[in-house]
Design a protein around this ligand. Structure first.
Ligand SMILES: [Zn+2]
Ligand SMILES: [Zn+2]
Length: 475
């Protein structure tokens, strides 16, 4: 027979604090919902009558959210007109800026012309400018705020190019898309439709994956904005585009030089170590996941054919879909380095980058809203699964997406060329690409406006972020 707790044991349970917790917090709510359930059951025998069962009636919350949707639609049309008008006004200016950046391409961390051009223009547009933001020569912030409090939205512009290719990734279009979205949001504020702050971040050196990572390390996003949005041109539009994680490593082999013909046996060949490393990596690939990537170049292959190379070096990228998987491939790579050194008698040294570039966590709520506006304008996208499997590229926006809810949709610019090609460089200056950019920028601004106008929308955005980025990774 089960023993009943004594009065004393009951008291002990009461003293541990657990029962107090239940009675103060959850227990009351649970009791209420149970009794409501019981009530429903006792009042729902009307399966045969014209009176609808209580179970079939829409929940109170559903009625509210439907009402919100209707309100939003009205609000939407007003905001859409405001944003469209603002963008029409600056369209020509932005086209000129875009062509200027295309003509005067600058590589990462050296975008002085772009920095001055963009900050000068945004200053004229009434934004408060911070030049050389966070100690970076070519980073900037352009802010505009209205009212007390309100939400804070970040937008990113990129403007660096590729050596030998010019604007082969279309960052001249990203630059003006950031300007356009920030100007559109400012217009809604000036028309007293929203309150809060918009910050355009000028983020240098995306191709080197440096700019946003340094800004994240200095808490530029975490301390200043609640969400962050940006756009990227591509051959195919994809609101949910997958952007994967990347880490890089520099490897050096140290041998011993000698005359390559007279006394090769006295040398230790650092180039042999490099060749061996290449073979190790090629064999390792068989055991990698189909979604992993390892690729590199030799940066020093020796000095002269008649000298056994004493030093060689290489530079590799390692990519996995999530940044938390990088270590799996990094460990295998280190095995390859060591094996090559042992086999050839060389010494080896390798250096991984301090902070890897993380994958982009696309915020599902904001990505869906952006997609909805694009579709409304007649743009079609591949199925979501195809969008999520299509990517192989990486961006430092990934690191931003781990600290604040973010989106990085790809928008199509009427080309079949891949990014980082001569053809894409040409496509990035067409009038068609410009129009595509303006349309996508308008959709991005309208998406951002929901963050200001609807508490429930922002809550959903935040919930999606917390669901996909564990708390201990939000840094
Ligand atoms: Zn690129
Ligand atoms: Zn790019």
């Amino acid at each position: 027979m089960p023993r009943l707790p004594t009065e004393e044991e009951d008291n002990i349970t009461g003293c541990c604090g657990l029962s107090r917790f239940f009675s103060n917090n959850n227990n009351n709510k649970t009791l209420i919902s149970i009794s409501a359930d019981e009530e429903k059951k006792s009042f729902s025998p009307y399966t045969y009558s014209a009176i609808p069962s209580m179970d079939n009636l829409p929940a109170y919350e559903d009625c509210i959210s439907r009402a919100f949707e209707q309100l939003d639609m009205k609000q939407d049309n007003i905001l859409e007109n405001i944003v469209q008008d603002a963008l029409t006004k600056v369209d020509k200016d932005l086209r000129t800026i875009s062509l200027d950046l295309h003509e005067h391409m600058e590589v990462g961390m050296k975008e002085k012309h772009a920095h001055d051009l963009l900050t000068g223009y945004m200053e004229k547009q009434g934004f408060k400018i911070t030049r050389h933001a966070y100690g970076m020569e070519t980073a900037f912030m352009a802010e505009y705020s209205r009212g007390q409090g309100g939400r804070r939205v970040g937008i990113c512009s990129e403007y660096d190019g590729l050596p030998g290719l010019g604007q082969g990734c279309g960052h001249n279009l990203i630059a003006i898309s950031g300007l356009a979205a920030a100007i559109g949001i400012k217009a809604a504020m000036e028309n007293n439709k929203v309150e809060g702050k918009v910050i355009l971040f000028g983020t240098p050196a995306e191709e080197l994956s440096i700019g946003k990572i340094q800004l994240v390390n200095k808490r530029a996003f975490q301390d200043n904005v609640d969400v962050c949005l940006m756009l990227h041109p591509s051959a195919v539009g994809a609101p949910y585009a997958q952007m994967i994680a990347v880490q890089d490593v520099k490897v050096e082999f140290f041998g011993k030089p000698t005359h390559a013909a007279a006394s090769p046996w006295e040398g230790v060949n650092a180039l042999d170590a490099m060749v061996q490393l290449w073979n190790n990596i090629s064999m390792m690939r068989q055991q990698l996941m189909p979604t992993d990537r390892v690729h590199g170049i030799v940066t020093d292959g020796g000095q002269a054919p008649n000298v056994i190379p004493a030093h060689t070096s290489a530079f590799f990228f390692v990519r996995t879909p999530k940044y938390t998987e990088l270590k799996r491939v990094m460990d295998k790579m280190e095995g390859c380095f060591e094996a090559a050194a042992i086999a050839t008698g060389c010494k080896v040294k390798w250096t991984w980058r301090e902070t890897p570039t993380k994958d982009v966590v696309q915020n599902n709520i904001m990505a869906a809203t952006y997609g909805k506006y694009m579709e409304k304008a007649g743009v079609q996208f591949p199925p979501r699964q195809a969008q999520e499997q299509g990517g192989g590229g990486s961006t430092d926006m990934g690191n931003v997406s781990y600290v604040v809810p973010s989106i990085h949709p790809m928008f199509a610019i009427h080309t079949t060329a891949s990014n980082h090609t001569v053809e894409f460089t040409k496509a990035a200056k067409t009038i068609q690409a410009h129009q595509d950019t303006m349309l996508a920028s308008k959709s991005l601004a309208l998406t951002a406006l929901h963050v200001y106008t609807s508490e429930s929308y922002y809550k959903a955005v935040k919930k999606d972020f917390n669901d996909h980025v564990p708390l201990d990774e939000q840094h």
